[in-house]
Design a binder for this molecule. Structure first.
Ligand SMILES: Cc1cc2nc3c(=O)[nH]c(=O)nc-3n(C[C@H](O)[C@H](O)[C@H](O)COP(=O)(O)OP(=O)(O)OC[C@H]3O[C@@H](n4cnc5c(N)ncnc54)[C@H](O)[C@@H]3O)c2cc1C
Length: 313
């Protein structure tokens, strides 16, 4: 049984989520990793180092630059005949590409997989993460999107061969502009520590307090939808049902009530510290540690204490 996995990368760097996805799908068979884009030699080299990768297939060209779904799907359609599983992360690209491929091949995609039980049984969250469904698929081929945060990363130490795939990438669409949030903090979806802020932070300037704490801990920054809607934080920081799914070892939730839609994004979190004025807030009740108090007082105190103890990651 063989697996084709679409690699996730951006700005010439392989996303840390790719090693997690390789680890997840390698239990299904030998994994060929497909890297598509422009100027991606370095990405392909990084991809070849992930243990469990049999081959890195590289499709270069302007048509793959914006990972436009029609170009990507037409290549995947030709490659799929050789594989029993075709997989991608449950990211913007994976969510765009996989249902289109499924429609072309007349298959049912299995999306948002968080556990692979055996070669034909998969677990995925439903009802905004309030229940976990086991899907048994008896299809000849399986098209999967997986939540990278649910899996541990495969180690490095491989030297898989890198092979070009010949194809002319054409798309009816073109990318006009890409807007990115400049940040030197770790990737939200795969970070070990996340500091999240809610609307009570009060302003974009107030959110810098959240960022300061995150920097001390080498943590990623997250936000509630209320904070994003208020313009205090960029959209790609949103955690939850309509945002990113995170599974860090530690989540420090600052002024976050814990609405169901937010909790849907943090189900894989191992430990929660809630900083809140309200002991009755749902997130305060489910947290491992609650710091009851005003965030504008508590966070500077916490940062000062970390400095005093010389704690830095
Ligand atoms: C279809 C749909 C999808 C949604 N998707 C998402 C999603 O993906 N992600 C998401 O987060 N939300 C989502 N929401 C919104 C969600 O329902 C909540 O409105 C949102 O999560 C609340 O954000 P919040 O915790 O910042 O604000 P609030 O619920 O207003 O909570 C503020 C909290 O801050 C505390 N607080 C106030 N002042 C201070 C202070 N000075 N110091 C410390 N604590 C303080 C309060 O006690 C309270 O607990 C969605 C809603 C819908 C309808």
């Amino acid at each position: 049984m063989s697996v084709l996995l679409l690699a996730d990368h951006d700005l010439g760097l392989l996303s840390p989520s790719t090693a997690r996805l390789v680890n997840a799908v390698s239990q299904l068979g030998p994994v060929d990793l497909l890297v598509l884009g422009e100027g991606i030699d370095q990405v392909a080299t990084e991809a070849s180092k992930i243990s469990g990768v049999s081959r890195v297939l590289v499709g270069q060209g302007a048509g793959y630059g914006g990972m436009l779904p029609d170009a990507v799907v037409s290549l995947l359609e030709t490659l799929t005949v050789r594989y029993q599983y075709v997989a991608a992360g449950a990211t913007a690209v994976g969510r765009d590409v996989m249902p289109r491929l499924a429609a072309k091949l007349d298959l049912m995609p299995i999306t948002d997989v968080v556990a692979i039980l055996d070669p034909s049984r998969f677990e995925r969250p439903i009802y905004a993460g309030n229940a976990v469904q086991t899907v048994t698929s008896n299809q000849a081929k399986h098209l999967l999107t997986l939540r990278a945060s649910a899996f541990r990363a495969a180690p490095l130490g491989n030297d898989a061969p890198i092979e070009p795939v010949e194809s002319a990438a054409t798309s009816a669409a073109r990318v006009i502009a890409g807007h990115r949030t400049e940040s030197d903090t770790p990737d939200l979806a795969t970070a070990q520590i996340v500091v999240g802020g809610g609307v009570s932070v009060g302003s974009a300037e107030g959110f810098q307090l959240i960022q300061q704490l995150a920097q001390r801990l080498n943590a990623a920054v997250g936000a509630t939808r209320a904070a994003v809607d208020a313009g205090y934080a960029p959209n790609d920081w949103q955690v939850g049902q309509t945002g990113k799914i995170i599974a860090p070892d530690l989540y420090i939730a600052v002024g976050i009530s814990g609405a169901l839609q937010h909790l849907a994004g943090i189900q894989g979190v191992k430990k929660i510290i809630a900083i809140n004025t309200d002991a009755e807030a749902p997130l305060s009740k489910m947290a491992d540690v609650v710091l009851l108090g005003d965030l504008f007082k508590t966070i500077p105190e916490l940062i000062a204490e970390l400095d005093r103890l010389g704690v830095k990651r």
